[in-house]
Design a protein around this ligand. Structure first.
Ligand code: G3H
Ligand code: 13P
Ligand code: ZN
Length: 315
């Protein structure tokens, strides 16, 4: 059942976070649904611009609609990840997405507000909810001073003004994470102090944490042992998710970790069986491993076991 993120956030706020997982292909789609049902968790499917153009947006839509039938017990939202204005409008008009993210965080504060407001108005007219971003995610490099790094974090006063002026439904905040497998190249961890200040100014308002892959070290070691080269890869400690949830984070974005599972499975498979070339061999293993990974992640997010309660809330 496809629902809006608003419904999921109502159920989760202050207690746990919903996992938002990116998909690009069939194997990820199958593993994602299976893993969420195995752990009885509601979830969010994220589709990036890159995923939309990897094959064709209609392929992704068709796959997700079919998965909804193959796994009739699943409760999930379909969300555009990091959309620009044009893509957001396209998704709003498609009638398929229940939620879009407009990411104008690279623009000035005023321009970010103007763009976000246009998307919010168009989305709300169709019952679609909107996530926006304020502050700048990004690697905190060694050469960047702590003051410079802090300046990229979301300003709590600006967050309140941004939400009030745009009418947006949730806000992605920069609290020290970055996208990809090489996070925290400096020494900074998560800025719970920033989350605390935002929550004080926006009580009950759902916050979003991007760049939240954990980049498990055993996964990195296995990839490197099987011929990969991911030296220095590092991620977010998944044991911090529940503290973030208590501070208003209701959506936690995870993509890189799934890519690592894919890489490990395929590297190890072809190293062990150099004579094989049937794509279904590693594909089957990946679907099972990805499902296991999703179920484990949902335990850390606190969303595992919440499916029944969410279903009762939305139906
Ligand atoms: O935040 C970005 C997501 O990990 C999606 O990545 O744009 O390469 O599909 P992508
Ligand atoms: P990771 O790269 O940490 O998985 O973050 C994904 C993300 O934020 C998608 O929007
Ligand atoms: Zn992101």
């Amino acid at each position: 059942m496809i629902v809006t993120t608003k419904k999921l956030f109502e159920a989760a706020y202050g207690k746990y976070a919903i996992g938002a997982y990116n998909i690009n292909n069939l194997e990820q789609c199958m593993g994602l649904f299976q893993g969420n049902l195995d752990s009885q968790a509601p979830f969010i499917i994220q589709i990036s611009k890159g995923a939309r153009s990897y094959t064709d947006t209609l392929m992704l839509e068709g796959m997700i609609r079919s998965a909804d039938k193959v796994f009739p017990d699943a409760v999930f939202a379909v969300h555009l990840d990091h959309g620009d204005e044009e893509t957001s409008m396209d998704c709003i008009n498609s009638g398929f997405y229940s939620s879009v993210m407009i990411d104008a965080s690279h623009e000035s504060f005023e321009e970010n507000i103007a763009i976000t407001k246009r998307v919010v108005d168009a989305a709300h007219a169709k019952g679609i909810v909107v996530e926006a971003e304020l502050g700048q995610l990004g690697g905190v490099e060694e050469h960047v001073s702590v003051d410079e790094a802090d300046a990229k974090l979301t300003d709590p006063d600006q967050a309140k003004e941004f939400v009030e002026r745009t009418g947006v439904d949730s806000l992605a905040c920069a609290i020290g994470t970055s996208h990809g497998a090489f996070k925290f190249t400096g020494s900074q961890g998560l800025h719970f102090d920033v989350l605390e200040e935002i929550q004080k100014r926006l009580p009950g308002f759902p916050l979003v944490m991007h760049g939240s892959s954990s980049v498990p070290q055993d996964e990195v070691e296995r990839i490197n042992k099987a011929g990969g080269n991911l030296k220095g890869a590092k991620g977010v400690d998944a044991d911090q998710f529940k503290r973030a949830a208590e501070l208003g984070v209701t959506k936690i974005n995870i993509d890189t970790d799934g890519r690592l599972v894919w890489t490990r499975v395929h590297r190890e498979f072809f190293l062990e069986y150099p004579e094989k070339f049937d794509l279904r061999g590693p594909g089957k293993i990946f679907m099972a491993e990805y499902a296991k990974f999703i179920a484990g992640k949902n335990e850390k997010l606190g969303s595992a076991g919440e499916l029944e309660a969410v279903r009762n809330l939305v139906s």
